[in-house]
Design a protein around this ligand. Structure first.
Ligand code: ADP
Ligand code: MG
Length: 321
């Protein structure tokens, strides 16, 4: 059995008569990045709050385990083993970055000496040493997020919930944050990441779940999700009409474009399928002048799965890779 950092069965939550989570299942292996992807209002923050004990699930919810602790029976043990960086910052702007860190150390009952050591190490690790003595209100958005994560790490959590950690950040700060997240995982931490950015999930997540209409509309690796959407193909272009005709004969299931001397072969874009095409061309002694792989990207998946009606039949837009 895999070692699961988070396991939830039939997680349900309504606010009044508004159903937000309609029985979702989650299984996050330890040491991986899991991304809960969904549009605004999908229920991402609600899920984070429940899994991190800040909010109760509805009756009828199945068992939830975080770091092996039963969330209903032992919320205290769950709380002690996790870190949460909320969608809205926990940083107190009126005090300095260092004071924010020392406050966290106090909350975790570290001794003064140990608190200073941990705070100093984390400020250094997140490139905040120079800013440490300045009021946090003067920090840039990226610095505040870094301080927020540094504060989360004071308790040495095994699972970290990051709720939209890069929303509103400029591209450079976003890439910095991605690097920080990768380093956390290298250090053995499990990251539960919510995001509205498909590229972010694509970059970071081992597995992605798309939340829509209270349910997980699709779950898998980025590659698996992309394959759910039809339309991937390899396009081969030729300048020599004879080579074009031979290739059309050598390959199966091609769509011909006689005018452009181009052939389209359906393909999931995987290495295996690509190699099969190349092998057939090679065997026939033909060389294409141009080869492009067109794979649907996560945007296509997202738009196909979320929104008013859930249809996977929409034609994906083309993405030349
Ligand atoms: N405390 C609350 N009371 C009533 N409705 C809420 C409350 N919190 C969130 N909601 C509603 O629940 C839905 C999911 O919210 P949320 O979990 O914040 O979504 P997300 O984080 O994916 O944007 C939204 O429609 C939101 O308006
Ligand atoms: Mg949210």
């Amino acid at each position: 059995m895999t070692n699961l950092a988070i396991a939830a069965n039939g997680l349900r939550k309504s606010y009044g008569d508004k159903l937000v989570l309609d029985g979702i299942d989650l299984a996050v292996p330890a040491g991986t990045v899991f991304s809960l992807l969904g549009p605004n209002g999908a229920g991402k923050t609600t899920a984070v709050k429940i899994l991190s004990t800040l909010l109760g699930a509805d009756p009828g919810t199945g068992a939830i385990h975080v770091n092996g602790h039963d969330l209903a029976a032992d919320p205290q043990a769950v709380r002690a083993s996790i870190g949460v960086t909320g969608q809205f910052s926990a940083v107190d702007g009126l005090i300095t970055g260092e004071e924010n860190m020392l406050l966290m150390a106090d909350l975790h009952h570290l001794s003064r000496r140990e608190g200073r050591r941990v705070a100093g190490e984390l400020l250094e690790r997140f490139d905040l040493v120079e800013a440490a003595k300045k009021p946090a209100a003067s920090y840039s958005g990226g610095m505040k997020r870094r301080l927020d994560i540094a504060m989360t790490l004071v308790g040495d959590p095994r699972v970290i919930f990051l709720d939209e950690p890069t929303t509103g950040l400029d591209p450079r700060s976003r890439h910095n944050m991605w690097q920080i997240i990768r380093e956390l995982v290298t250090g053995g931490v499990t990251v539960f990441l919510t995001t509205q950015y498909l590229e972010e999930a694509d970059q970071l997540a081992d597995r992605i779940a798309v939340l829509n209409d209270g349910r997980i509309a699709a779950e898998g690796t980025a590659e698996e999700l992309k394959r759910l959407i039809p339309g991937g193909h390899v396009r081969l272009r030729f300048t020599d009409p004879a080579a074009y005709r031979s290739a059309a004969l050598a390959l199966h299931e091609v769509t011909r474009d006689d005018e452009a001397l181009a052939l389209q072969v359906p393909s999931d874009g995987s290495q295996r399928e690509l190699r099969a095409v190349l092998d057939r061309l090679e065997a026939a002694g033909i060389e294409a002048d141009e080869l492009t792989v067109h794979t649907p990207d996560l945007d296509d998946v997202f738009f196909a799965l979320t929104g008013p009606s859930t249809t996977v039949t929409d034609q994906p837009k083309e993405n030349v890779r």
